[in-house]
Write a protein that binds this ligand. Structure first.
Ligand code: 5RP
Length: 222
């Protein structure tokens, strides 16, 4: 029987097809992204290098002998490959389970194509069962939390966790996100919020979904 790791490995392999020859690849964070990094290592002589969305991914890339460039040096990228905590058929996502949401959003924004790699458990009809991660400037923790409560959420501080940017994460429970594009903008306008984990304004372009029947390719058009 295929386990979750087998499904993640299968989508990571499928994502390699989207990496153009001689390019710099945008690389996400998390267990599925780690499988992708391991697949990338097998074709490392065919790429120029990678831009990583976290220190953890940068380390794993470098351990494989893949050059890691800063986004400032790399410029725009043809493709960004990353996982998600939840994704809908509209390819709107919740990300940030690993706390790397800000760098992920930055690298995704600089990339022409976002390829999302997930096992089938991540596909949902409505976002919000997975607590929505929000990166917050430390001095704004309480005031942001109060505003999140006013919006109907129940924020909890991710204990003992500091982001790569030196900030905190509030995980917001109890949201049923019917309009992710609007909520993403609303949350971004709260003073002290660095980034929220909704990736809806710039969602994925392609979802490679690992199922026991094989890898399914889903785009917004169906
Ligand atoms: C990290 C993320 C990850 O993409 C997300 O948490 C999915 O991780 P995994 O592949 O381990 O399920 O957003 O900040």
């Amino acid at each position: 029987m295929m386990g979750q790791d087998d499904l993640k490995r299968a989508v990571a392999k499928a994502a390699i097809e989207y990496v153009p020859f001689d390019c710099i690849v945008g690389v996400g964070t998390g267990s599925t992204a780690n499988f992708f990094i391991d697949e990338l290592a097998k074709i490392k002589h065919k790429i120029r290098g990678a831009v990583a969305s976290s220190e953890a991914s940068a380390k794993r890339l470098q351990a494989h002998g893949i050059e890691v460039l800063s986004l400032n040096d790399a410029g725009n990228l043809p493709v960004y490959v990353d996982g998600a905590d939840e994704i809908t058929r509209h390819l709107h996502m919740i990300k940030g389970g690993g706390g790397a949401l800000t760098r992920e959003k930055i690298v995704a924004a600089a990339s022409k194509k976002f390829i999302c790699v997930c096992d089938a458990s991540k596909l949902v009809d409505v976002l919000g069962k997975f607590p929505l991660p929000i990166e917050v400037i430390p001095m704004a923790r309480s005031s942001v939390a109060r505003q999140l409560v006013a919006l109907g959420g129940q924020p909890t501080l991710r204990e003992g966790f500091t982001t790569d940017n030196g900030n905190l994460i509030l995980d917001v429970h109890g949201l049923s996100i019917m309009n992710p594009v609007e909520l993403e903008s609303t949350l971004d306008h709260i003073a002290g919020v660095v980034t929220n984990g909704l990736f809806a304004r710039r969602g994925a372009d392609v979802l490679l979904l690992g199922t026991p029947e094989g890898v399914k390719t889903i785009t917004v058009d169906g």
